[in-house]
Design a protein around this ligand. Structure first.
Ligand code: HEC
Length: 107
């Protein structure tokens, strides 16, 4: 009985941490994010399959708003990246946004 309770408490904790992580975007690894974006997103977002999408296409606030509700991003159902990877990708897009100190185009 006690063991069961412990297990329940542990899984509740894990759930809680996963959910709170999903809402805490930012402070990811932007360098890794750049690599992950090229590997997982640029394959479509190259101007052929989907529109050419670079960090400098949006402001930091716009990237935040876009990623605040990922279900509204049309292709998010096709993403095969982990939540941690999404955070790194977000960090890359956000840190090199139009109004960032170093806007980036990824061509
Ligand atoms: C299978 C192809 C495909 C992949 C892979 C893909 N996308 Fe998309 N994405 C699309 C299409 C199609 C649209 C909607 C129309 C368009 O932008 O051409 C879209 C739309 C978007 C939008 C909304 C853009 C806007 O201006 O409305 C964002 C943001 C986005 N994708 C980000 C990403 C990110 C980040 C990744 C990688 C994790 C990714 N996409 C991977 C096909 C893809």
């Amino acid at each position: 009985m006690q063991r069961k309770l412990m297990l329940l408490a542990a899984s509740a904790l894990v759930m809680f941490m996963t959910v709170s992580m999903a809402f805490a975007l930012g402070d990811g690894n932007g360098r890794k994010g750049k690599f992950l974006y090229r590997k997982n997103c640029r394959t479509c977002h190259n101007g052929a399959t989907a529109k050419d999408l670079s960090p400098a296409d949006m402001t930091q606030a716009e990237w935040k708003a876009t990623f605040a509700d990922m279900s509204k991003i049309k292709c998010s159902g096709d993403w095969t990246v982990s939540e941690e990877d999404v955070n790194d990708i977000f960090t890359y897009l956000h840190d090199y946004a139009k109004d960032s100190p170093s806007p980036a185009k990824c061509s």
